[in-house]
Design a protein around this ligand. Structure first.
Ligand code: PEP
Length: 256
């Protein structure tokens, strides 16, 4: 799909998942800030575990790197043991939140309905949601990818109109943490479908950033980012190595 003169600033998000001790988290954040503070062509977000959000917020103060969380609850407060609200995330300095990651869907019973509730709560709280969707290997092999993505998109965004405030991450489940990356063509095909689904919902469809996630590494980042509808990355494993994360950011920087 032609981008014309549309400018979508690329975005690279690091999802640290359930990794790092306090010292390791601070060291990783410090190493990421070194040399990268000067990059302005790309938005950069890191999503540490909840317990390190506060110390990491201090490390990245005065840099261009923003803070994100890996999940939130859809209620404001109450008897939800172990959960974290949008307001808590705002208070600690988060600007972004990942919603509906496949690991949350697979291991913690996250559904399209809970994704939809969390998405709306994030918007109310002025957090930028990064909504994840993607197909399993079984779905891909049965040629159900497009139907499944369409279904997830429609359910996750049911009754939703604030598309200019949202980031979408296409993450084929079979490519997450497996070392198997979707080819640039496979990824673009689904990103193109998502762009079309967005077009059916909003005039601003061309401005929504659609990230790719699934074993993104320095060696495949350039090929993927060259695709017209890939506007950045959600990075898991490689975001835990400052050198690799920075190499991915550098590969992305400069793209329209
Ligand atoms: C992710 O967790 O969102 C992810 C894409 O992980 P990885 O880069 O390790 O595949």
């Amino acid at each position: 799909m032609a981008q014309g003169n549309i400018k979508r600033k690329p975005l690279v998000v690091g999802n640290w998942k359930m990794n790092t001790t306090a010292d390791e988290a601070i060291e990783l954040a410090r190493s990421i800030t070194t040399d990268i503070g000067a990059i302005i062509e790309t938005d950069i977000v890191i999503c540490p575990p909840f317990v390190w959000l506060s110390p990491i917020a201090s490390v990245i103060t005065n840099t261009s790197i923003k803070l994100g969380a890996q999940n939130l609850h859809w209620e404001d407060k109450g008897a939800y043991t172990g959960e974290i609200s949008a307001r808590m995330l705002k208070d600690v300095g988060c600007e972004y939140v990942i919603i509906g990651h496949s690991e949350r869907r697979q291991y913690f019973g996250e559904t399209d309905q809970s994704v939809n509730q969390k998405l709306k709560k994030a918007i109310d709280a002025e957090l930028t949601p990064i909504v994840c969707l993607g197909e399993s290997l079984q779905d891909r092999e049965a040629n159900r990818t497009n139907a499944l993505i369409t279904n997830q998109f429609n359910n996750d965004f049911e009754g939703f109109t604030d598309f200019e405030k949202v980031i979408i991450a296409y993450e084929p489940i079979w490519a997450i943490g497996t070392g198997k990356t979707a080819t640039a063509e496979q990824a673009q095909e689904v990103h193109g479908l998502l762009r079309e689904l967005l077009r059916q919902k909003t005039d601003g469809y061309n401005e929504v950033r659609i990230l790719y996630g699934g074993s993104v590494k320095p060696k495949n980042a350039a090929d993927l980012i060259a695709q017209p509808d890939i506007n950045g990355f959600l990075v898991g494993g490689a975001s835990l190595k400052a050198k690799d994360f920075k190499a991915i950011i550098k590969a992305v920087s400069g793209k329209d």
